[in-house]
Design a protein around this ligand. Sequence first.
Ligand SMILES: *[C@@H]1O[C@H](CO)[C@@H](O)[C@H](O)[C@H]1NC(C)=O
Length: 332
Amino acid sequence: MRGRIAALSCLLLFLITASTYWWRSTDSDGHHQSLSDLLAPLSSGYYSSSPSSASNSPFAIKQKVAVIIETRPVRTLIPLILHFASVLGPEWPILFFTRPSVVRTLAALGHGSAPFARMVQSGQIQIVELPSEPDLGKYLGLSRFLASEWFWKQMGSAEYMLNFQSDSVLCANSGRRVEDFFEYDFVGAYHPWVDGAFNGGLSLRNVEMARRVIGMYNISDDVGAGTDDGLYEDVWFCNKMKDMGARFPSPERASEFAIDMTWSERPLGIHGLNRPNREQQQEKKKEIYAWCPEAALADSSTEVVELNEDEKKSLKIMQDKKTKGGTRLPFG
Ligand SMILES: *[C@@H]1O[C@H](CO)[C@@H](O)[C@H](O)[C@H]1NC(C)=O
């Protein structure tokens, strides 16, 4: 009986994590490909030689940093990142990890978006070029990347890191702040089916503890431990942090931070709104939109840009090169 329960929980874990990442891989493979057909060699001089992360910038990383990793030119990205910047405020520089072709496509769609360009210019939003490896389009590439030394080095002196994906949002009307959750080492939406794990898609993490985890363990060693392909980084980090005596929120408290598969009145954030399997969220969408209308930004995160003829005219043609990453990219 116990064996059967264990097997069943393994299967459930696999289904949850597989559904979490399914959209990402299909979208980046399917749509990104057709788009990159448009793109051809890169002119030199594109790369900025003076990163806006220089310590004299008012938005140099200090105690807090927010991170979004996105390799698809998602239609909602510019307004979504701008919204995060305004809700988080100037103490949270945002690192937007992506590829040059995505930046150019977004710039063409957004007609050079003046508000976005302004924040990139000031350094409040920093566009960071992703390394070519690991391939984030691959099944566990994102997990390997999030568990890599290279990634955590980018957080500089930050003590707190807020990770957000394009299917998440912070609600300006919630009356809560990310800082209210600084007492925890890892907080994200509670996973009712994965004991002791919180969803990484919108999550606040203790940088120092995450660095200790990757200093002691290699996520590749745990391939096969949870699913056929290994553990997803959020489950992996939560497990390892638990062994280090990490401070985690109760399920109720976690649901005040963010909801995903669970429900809570007016949480700070929402993740996974676009997933058909989040029944409760689907039923309550009207209620959510009534006080968190910006949740619509997270709801259409699977829509990638298809430029029209007019927009294509302003697209600066280029192709992503093999790179070690880390360069700060300009917008446009
Ligand atoms: C982690 O393990 C993989 C596979 O064995 C290996 O390629 C990689 O170099 C290791 N990473 C570190 C930081 O040791």
